[in-house]
Design a protein around this ligand. Structure first.
Ligand SMILES: [Zn+2]
Length: 290
């Protein structure tokens, strides 16, 4: 079942809520923005959440305010990172509240993933095809968010995020819930052989060892090719496999069916819109209020 549910009210931002988690854990707030219900114009219309694209910063901040108000997590409690397609995981505390919300200089530098176990902090990252990875541990009440494009995927940012939760909060990975959010799907993500060889190296590390024939067959879940030169890659499945290797139960990993490339009526897509477009935000946080 699709874990992300689109909710829109007149005059409000259109938002995808991670409904399957929020129904079970009422203090948990998690989801993903759409491109609707903001004030940005032109290529960035209308709910662009990214300050690093050529949109007017005051419009982006207004959009961020609108989303924060709609979710009932004040913008001063949000934390943004300066994303670099790396694998560094920041440990976020109350001292970080508000960082990166109004400008890029205060954002957590070189940060593509973060973890926290404090309430009233909202972790936020920006996307336009890359894969948002959400993590929640109901036992220790800790949360994490990661940004995984192909670089973050082959760098196994999902694994480093789980390891940070284990190290910092003594999370037991089999208790974790994980969700893979809207991003470019296998249908729209065509890549070359060089990238597939990097993916193969990652899969060699995370898949159980098998003989040649079964390796070839099992790779079909992750990528397929008609001509042996261009490949359609499924980053969702690769990240799922990295999560399983990190100790998360397969039954605890939910994956969206929404593709940003097919869904430009709802999403910005870097690939489909040739690099000139806005950004969606993924968010996760625990509120002290019900
Ligand atoms: Zn697609």
């Amino acid at each position: 079942m699709e874990p992300f549910e689109y909710v829109t009210e007149p005059g409000e931002p259109g938002l995808f809520f991670l409904q399957s988690w929020m129904e079970r854990y009422p203090r948990l707030k998690a989801g993903f923005t759409s491109r609707h219900g903001g004030v940005s114009q032109g290529d960035f219309a209308s709910l662009n959440m990214g300050l690093h694209v050529l949109d007017h910063p005051q419009d982006v901040i207004e959009n961020r305010e609108r989303v924060a108000t709609a979710i009932k997590l004040p913008l001063k409690e949000w934390v943004y990172g300066e994303q670099v397609h790396g694998s560094r995981v920041a440990v976020v505390t109350g001292l970080d509240r508000g960082k990166g919300t109004l400008d890029r200089l205060t954002a957590l530098q070189e940060t593509d993933a973060f973890v926290t176990n404090e309430q009233d902090i909202c972790l936020a990252a920006l996307f336009a095809d890359c894969v948002p990875l959400f993590f929640f541990d109901p036992v220790t009440q800790s949360v994490a968010l990661a940004h995984a494009g192909w670089k973050g995927t082959v760098a196994q940012i999902a694994r480093y995020t789980v390891e940070a939760m284990v190290r910092e909060y003594h999370v037991v990975p089999r208790n974790l819930l994980a969700a893979i959010g809207p991003s470019i799907g296998k249908c729209c993500y065509e890549v070359d052989e060089a990238l597939i060889s990097r993916i193969d190296q990652t899969l060699d590390e995370v898949l159980p060892h098998k003989d040649e024939a079964s390796i070839k067959k099992s790779r079909d879940c992750f990528y397929t090719s008609k001509d042996g030169k261009k490949f359609n890659l499924d980053l969702h499945q690769v990240n799922r496999q990295i999560m399983i290797k990190a100790g998360i139960m397969p039954s605890s990993i939910e994956i969206t069916e929404k593709c940003t490339g097919c869904g430009t009526d709802f999403f910005y897509s870097h690939r489909k819109e040739h690099g000139i477009t806005g950004r969606m935000a993924a968010w996760i946080g625990l509120s002290s209020d019900l």
